[in-house]
Design a protein around this ligand. Structure first.
Ligand SMILES: C[S@@+](CC[C@H](N)C(=O)[O-])C[C@H]1O[C@@H](n2cnc3c(N)ncnc32)[C@H](O)[C@@H]1O
Length: 241
């Protein structure tokens, strides 16, 4: 059995005999089981095993993230990436976060770097609610502008030094709006889920194809985590002239 703790909630991947025993642990208020994660909004299958409340505040890298674990995903496997991005930001950058969620990247950027503005776009009203809450919780109202809507429509209307594409499965369908938004010489952080053999080759090709005739320089490529057997979640940092 695998388990993890998010805020004051224990998350299991299967049923256990006596889930109430976890409630005896200091500061634990609920135990839930999370099954598969579905669809575009990444909504998980959830069963409450003990306790009642599923809203919590999770702390990571000096940032606070309020979320309802029953309706919003929290990926521990992305922790390093959430800490890596703020270190790359230069003072005064304008950033567009095309898949902001509850602020997974936007919040650490606003807390640990000094951007001019982060436009955080989120399509799911539930996640958007927590995005706004987290902006307040972390006191970064002057740094992040939350936008409820489809980044395919909104991103091309903005202009950014850096565009974050922290989303998987069909991210390549969003490359055109991302590139319309990215200034000359700007940086793209493009996520993709790709089979082992082409795990970097395919995402790089897709960026180059979408960017043509603009010149693409690959600054970094890294594996974030295993997505499914033989498939990796990767991120490519690309400078586009
Ligand atoms: C789950 S997050 C990615 C997780 C994140 N990388 C992390 O560190 O855990 C992806 C978010 O993109 C949102 N999303 C999906 N399609 C979108 C679109 N077209 N425009 C804006 N947001 C979108 C989903 O609702 C979801 O909240």
């Amino acid at each position: 059995m695998k388990w993890k703790q998010i805020g004051d909630i224990i998350i299991l991947n299967k049923n256990v005999e006596n889930p109430e025993k976890f409630l005896k642990m200091k500061g634990i208020k609920a135990v839930i089981k999370i099954g598969r994660i579905h669809g575009r909004t990444r909504k998980p299958e959830v069963e409450i095993l003990a306790g009642t409340e599923t809203e919590t505040i999770h702390k990571e890298n000096k940032c606070l993230f309020k979320l309802d674990v029953a309706s919003i995903m929290w990926s521990k496997g992305n922790t390093y990436e959430r800490m890596r991005i703020p270190r790359l930001i230069e003072d005064g950058e304008t950033i567009v976060d095309m898949f902001a969620g509850i602020g997974y990247f936007s919040i650490p950027i606003a807390v640990h770097a000094d951007p001019k503005k982060v436009y955080a776009i989120e399509i799911n009203p539930r996640a958007y609610h927590y995005l706004k809450e987290n902006i307040k919780l972390n006191k970064v109202q002057d740094k992040i502008r939350p936008i409820l809507g489809d980044s395919r429509i909104i991103a091309p209307k903005l202009s950014a030094d850096r565009v974050l594409m922290g989303y998987v499965v069909d991210t390549h369908h969003y490359l055109d709006p991302a590139l319309k938004c990215l200034k000359e010489g700007g940086t793209l952080h493009y996520h993709e889920t790709a089979p082992e053999k082409i795990r970097f080759k395919r995402p790089i090709k897709r960026i180059e194809k979408a960017a043509k005739p603009r010149k693409v320089e690959i600054l970094n490529k890294r594996i974030i985590k295993k997505y499914s057997p033989g498939v990796w979640h990767v991120v490519i940092d690309a400078k586009v002239d």
